[in-house]
Design a protein around this ligand. Sequence first.
Ligand code: THU
Length: 132
Amino acid sequence: MNELVNLAYKALENSYSPYSGIKVGAAVRGKSGKIYLGNNIENSAYGSTICAERVAIFKAVSEGERELTELAVTGNFSEYAYPCGACRQVMSEFMLRQSKIYIAKKNETFLEYVLDDLIPHPFTVNTKGKQK
Ligand code: THU
């Protein structure tokens, strides 16, 4: 089993999802080798909810890691936990086109993609001014 998938499955234990009951967990590896975990955090104003993948990515970036090499995501449901569009766009900001993304069903089987498969044409118009 893939280490990041196992950690993503562990991360969903902290999911705060009293409204949907859907638990999602994510794990992302920074270029330094350090791993950051995330889980979905819901809100009574539903639109203020944040996905597990963005929590993991923002934790990494807030610790100074801007280059992320691989990410795993999984849920407490028996389907593959494909990331939403907003999370794919955020991944494209901090990951390379060939970075690996592991999409799992619980901590059982997982499918391996690269970011380019998931978001072939991200919004990049402003990236000229991107901070390094
Ligand atoms: N969710 C994620 O955590 N990641 C996704 O990529 C899609 C959806 C969460 C948000 C919400 O708490 C629950 O799943 C149902 O949409």
